[in-house]
Ligand binder design. Structure first.
Ligand SMILES: Nc1nc2c(c(=O)[nH]1)N(C=O)[C@@H](CNc1ccc(C(=O)N[C@@H](CCC(=O)O)C(=O)O)cc1)CN2
Ligand SMILES: Nc1ncnc2c1ncn2[C@@H]1O[C@H](COP(=O)(O)OP(=O)(O)OP(=O)(O)O)[C@@H](O)[C@H]1O
Length: 235
């Protein structure tokens, strides 16, 4: 187990086995279309409430939590024994997401390879190597900043020993509520099964009451916030 010393008081049920590209739907019984629609509606309501709360964070709070997240990520990578030459996959934060820009810079400066999403046509799950904020550009309207350099295919995330995923909320079983594109759920099918998949949220979005979970939802193994990080019990 790894954690930064935080007590989670966790008695949640265990995450389901992680799906793979060959077996993306581990659940035996497929839910009905109506059940899926209700589940999507429930997720959308939660997303709206969390985005509304995030929209009230001012620049100072966002910058300060981004710096705190960097400290937590550096402590986590040290605990996992990651260093120069290892690969970490992360995301380029935007709007009021838990900020990652100082983290990306710090990991890059420490000699790690840092992969970030590149969407490509039809929101393809490609990855680019982060080489500094100056190399990031808005390659298509409405999308997060992306590296200008070469785009690597979806399997590139298989190199990562740590994958930091954006999330709006995470429950104690590792269910992650994302933006709603299913990008990370599909991308994580290519992660190394031994990689640590960690969702990044603000403190008040962690330990969320049980989130709606669809068969395609890939659970995370751990949670990182501006103040701590911890492994979920079954990971
Ligand atoms: N920072 C960050 N990067 C990420 C994700 C994320 O949640 N956060 N993703 C997580 O999966 C993937 C991208 N997911 C996306 C999901 C939806 C839209 C989208 O709807 N864009 C709208 C404009 C929305 C806006 O401006 O706010 C559009 O294209 O019209 C874009 C990217 C990969 N990169
Ligand atoms: N492995 C998959 N195969 C097919 N469709 C998928 C897969 N994963 C997600 N989807 C589809 O993507 C859509 C959005 O999924 P979901 O609401 O779980 O996104 P999210 O986890 O919030 O977002 P993200 O993963 O981008 O952060 C759903 O309609 C879902 O059916």
């Amino acid at each position: 187990m790894w954690d930064s010393g935080r007590v989670t008081g966790n008695d949640a049920h265990l995450p389901a086995p992680r799906p793979t590209p060959d077996h993306p739907h581990p659940d035996a019984a497929a839910p009905s279309l109506i059940a899926i629609e209700q589940l999507e509606d429930a997720k959308d309501d939660l997303r709206a409430a969390i985005k509304d709360r995030r929209s009230q964070l001012d620049r100072k709070a966002l910058d300060s939590s981004a710096r705190d997240i960097t400290q937590q990520v550096l402590a986590l990578t040290a605990t996992l024994g990651l260093g120069a030459g290892d690969t970490v996959a992360a995301y380029v934060s935007r709007h009021a997401e838990p900020g990652t820009l100082p983290t990306l810079e710090a990991l890059h400066a420490a000699g790690l390879e840092v992969l970030v999403p590149v969407l490509g046509p039809a929101l393809d799950r490609c990855w680019g190597v982060f080489t500094g904020q100056d190399d990031l550009a808005q390659l298509a309207p409405g999308r997060p900043l992306e590296p200008r350099g070469t785009c690597e295919e979806a399997t590139a995330v298989g190199r990562a020993r740590l994958v930091l995923c954006p999330a709006l909320a995470i429950d104690d079983a590792g269910v992650r509520l994302g933006l709603g594109g299913g990008w990370y759920d599909r991308a994580l099918l290519h992660a190394d099964p031994a990689a640590h998949v960690v969702g990044v949220v603000y403190d008040e979005e962690a330990n969320h009451p049980p989130l709606p979970r669809a068969p395609h939802d890939v659970p995370v193994h751990g949670v990182l916030t501006p103040t701590s990080w911890w492994q979920l019990p079954a990971a």
